[in-house]
Design a protein around this ligand. Structure first.
Ligand code: ZN
Ligand code: ZN
Length: 418
């Protein structure tokens, strides 16, 4: 009996992996027959990478190209490379990615790296390397943030991520728990995952439409360590769920996704904000973030752990001290309900209301994709090399919508939609 059960569980996992790949390609990416796919993944995500490759070809992909990265090789750079290495990025590679997007390729990223990979490395080197990548990747990334092409991010459980998320469990147990959580929150456990995603997508669109009718001028946040007023950008547009990309293909950019989000005004944030979850940023952990904003700008920033990384992050450029995204997520989202701190933004940002430092999404402004950088800035959209989400929502957070006339309306109470 034990043998049979083991085989059943084994095939169930394989089937779920295949379903996740199918949903990622068909629902997340909306891959079109004949379209190229550019995928990035860590070597630890090889099984899912292969499933996605198969599903993409089955859906008619003309060519699937995957760039695999290796954590051990990444660490060797910090151990052995000359100091000048850390101001360098493979620009030719990012230019090539941009060329692929321009020639019609879709983009899929498999997330799931070790959240603490670079925690013991020199923060100055980590910061320089990140900056070099941000600069080199910017032209290609802009096609993503403008939704010029269809793209999505899905996650694969990996041993290092599982160990960080479930430190008290044996490695195989931790890995199985993390896969379970991924399947649950990406709706793979439902009878018909594709149908479940369509329903969920429609719900998010409905919520965004309601907020767009309201046209709030600002949001007022109140919670433990948070007393904060955030103005919204002129002509802001709330989005949630899937979107039709510039190439006409419908994609759902994040799997999972539970947020409705828009562009705040870069000059209109005032007050104090305390993060409710640690932030894993490019392999380092930042905990206990507490910042004060004045006229949109962070004027004081503290963290109980990773203070130096936080400081370097907000010193990246002027826009790194300002907000580029505001997102609302109910405290009862399936990810919050799992009670798991994933240490991965794709999951944790969908467990709690959050704000993001840095680059704004032009698609969160009316006709935003047609505006010049100057026109975007005039409406309040922020510009930066970085975009880093951090979680400020909890079961204790109240949010009011402030109308243009200055009237406060309850929007969320104790973390739930009012
Ligand atoms: Zn977000
Ligand atoms: Zn974000």
């Amino acid at each position: 009996m034990i043998g049979t059960e083991a085989i059943t569980q084994q095939s169930t996992h394989e089937q779920k992996l295949d379903l996740l790949a199918e949903v990622a390609v068909k629902v997340g990416l909306g891959l079109q027959s004949g379209q190229e796919l550019l995928m990035t993944a860590s070597l630890d995500a090889l099984p899912l990478g292969r499933r996605i490759t198969e599903q993409a070809y089955r859906a008619g992909a003309s060519l699937v190209t995957t760039l695999y990265s290796d954590d051990a090789a990444t660490l060797m750079r910090y151990q052995f490379a000359p100091d000048s290495s850390f101001d360098h990025a493979a620009k030719w590679l990012y230019d090539g990615m941009g060329a692929a997007f321009k020639s019609g390729a879709a983009r899929l990223a498999i997330a799931g790296g070790n959240p603490s990979l670079l925690s013991n490395q020199d923060p100055a080197k980590v910061g320089r390397a990140n900056r070099a990548v941000s600069e080199a990747y910017r032209p290609a990334l802009e096609l993503i943030t403008r939704h010029a092409i269809n793209w999505t991010i899905v996650a694969s459980a990996t041993p290092a991520w599982a160990a960080a998320t479930f430190p008290d469990d044996a490695p195989e147990v931790a890995l199985a728990k993390l896969w379970d959580a991924i399947f649950q929150t990406t709706r793979i456990n439902s009878d018909d995952p594709v149908a479940a995603w369509k329903t969920h997508d429609a719900d998010l669109h409905r919520r965004a439409a309601l907020l767009n009718e309201k046209r709030y001028a600002a949001l007022q946040y109140r919670g433990p360590g948070t007393d904060f007023r955030l103005g919204l950008a002129d002509d802001h547009l709330w989005l949630g769920g899937g979107t039709t990309a510039g190439n006409g293909l419908y994609c759902i950019p994040n799997m999972p996704t539970e947020e409705v989000f828009t562009t705040p005004h870069k000059d209109r944030a005032d007050g104090t904000v305390t993060a409710t979850k640690p932030l894993s940023h490019q392999g380092t952990m930042i905990e206990g973030i507490h910042v004060r904003f004045e006229k949109g700008r962070i004027v004081e920033a503290r963290a109980s752990r990773g203070q130096e990384v936080l400081q370097r992050l907000i010193d990246t450029d002027d826009g790194a001290r300002r907000l580029g995204e505001v997102a609302l997520v109910p405290h009862s989202s399936p990810i919050a309900a799992s009670g798991i701190l994933f240490l991965n933004t794709l999951f944790d940002e969908n467990a709690a209301s959050h704000i993001a430092l840095g680059q704004a999404y032009s698609s969160c402004l009316r006709e935003g994709d047609k505006l010049t950088p100057e026109q975007l800035a005039a409406k309040g959209a922020n510009d930066s090399l970085i975009h880093v989400d951090w979680m400020i929502g909890s079961g204790e957070l109240d949010i009011d919508g402030i109308t243009a006339a200055g009237v406060a309306e309850p929007l969320m109470r104790q973390g739930e939609w009012a």
